[in-house]
Design a protein around this ligand. Structure first.
Ligand code: DAH
Length: 320
């Protein structure tokens, strides 16, 4: 188990080593935080797969913080935690079955992860969805039914041969998975908002103790939600600049850097195209809410004014 690998990694480790193609969206500065031209805050723990395989590891877990520029809502935060698992199968293990190596490894993977889900959640509604990841084939996502929606909790698959070969494993096969730890905890404890993991409010932290899962399993107590402070909604409408580089992630980054954890959601509520001028207008609703205290009108107005101004200076929009 590796849980202290540094979160700043090379673009080679984050992308190339796991076969993310040139030009893939995740490589863009819109989706990933670049530290320098060729170093990034890792966007997934998969960044460590190849180097650990090269060190001869055959069965390992990597847990750590990962970073993504993303939209803002109750299940997304720019830093969260993942756990990666990899298991290599030797030639001898693969030849003891009638199945093709891929089918055998796929089957082993699904059995193991369904066992994990059952161990964590007891009886829970889950489904496998076919997926695409550059580093696995076939690839799947596991979704769990939570709060009236299917929530993706992990991605997994049979590791691409090319990665194994790069680590001089030519006769072997492997499975790999990467799961989102906050999301699992949200389902497990009924935690309604990912920002709660970052609050200092004791009404949150006092409800959790190290080791409590081991003793309670899935029967343990759910999070007792305390009454939320009231939200404050602010809409902002603007014309996109010509040949716009505007993206929702950039907007969210501005809101986040101005309002920090006081922002709960950023949502496009209206889009309008003026056929005469060929201009596009967007209206976004920003929901402000603190997890720990009431907000004043004054402070929200100041934040909103800052957001509006930065939208103009950084993204070149025209406010309406
Ligand atoms: N790295 C993927 C993500 O962050 C998750 C993942 C998918 C990890 C498939 C894996 C895998 O190891 O095999 O979304």
């Amino acid at each position: 188990m590796f849980d202290d690998l540094h979160p700043v990694v090379s673009t080679y480790d984050n992308f190339d080593s796991v076969l993310v193609p040139e030009g893939h969206v995740s490589r863009s500065r819109n989706d990933t935080y670049y530290v320098t031209e060729d170093r990034v805050l890792r966007c997934h723990t998969s960044a460590h797969q190849l180097s650990l395989l090269k060190q001869g590891e055959k069965k390992f877990l990597v847990a750590g913080d990962v970073y993504r520029r993303d939209s803002i809502d109750a299940t997304h935060f720019p830093v969260f935690h993942q756990m990666e698992g990899v298991r290599v199968f030797a030639k001898s293990e693969l030849s003891s079955t009638e199945l093709t190596p891929q089918d055998f490894v796929s089957q082993e993977l699904k059995i193991m992860l369904e066992g994990l889900a059952k161990h964590l959640f007891g009886e829970v509604e889950l489904r496998w969805v076919d997926a695409y990841f550059p580093f696995t084939d076939p690839s799947y996502e596991l979704e769990i039914f939570f709060n009236g929606e299917w929530l993706e909790v992990l991605g997994c698959g049979v590791m691409q041969k090319q990665i194994l070969n790069e680590a001089s494993l030519v006769d072997e096969e492997a499975w790999a998975f990467g799961l989102g730890l906050e999301r699992l905890a949200m389902v497990l404890f009924d935690i309604p908002d990912i920002r709660l993991f970052w609050t200092n409010d004791e009404r949150f932290s006092k409800q959790f103790k190290a080791g409590m899962f081991r003793s309670g399993g899935h029967n343990m107590q759910k999070f007792k939600s305390y009454s939320k402070y009231p939200p404050c909604y602010k809409d902002v409408s603007f014309w996109l600049p010509d040949g716009s580089k505007f993206t929702e992630n950039n907007l969210c980054e501005i809101v986040r850097s101005t309002a920090g954890n006081l922002v709960e959601e950023v949502k496009l509520i209206d889009e309008f195209h003026n056929p005469k001028t060929n201009q596009v207008s967007n209206c976004y609703r920003i929901t402000y809410r603190s997890m720990d205290r009431s907000l004043t009108d004054e402070e929200i107005n100041t934040l909103q004014d800052d957001v509006r101004e930065t939208l103009v200076t950084s993204l070149g929009v025209t406010l309406r």
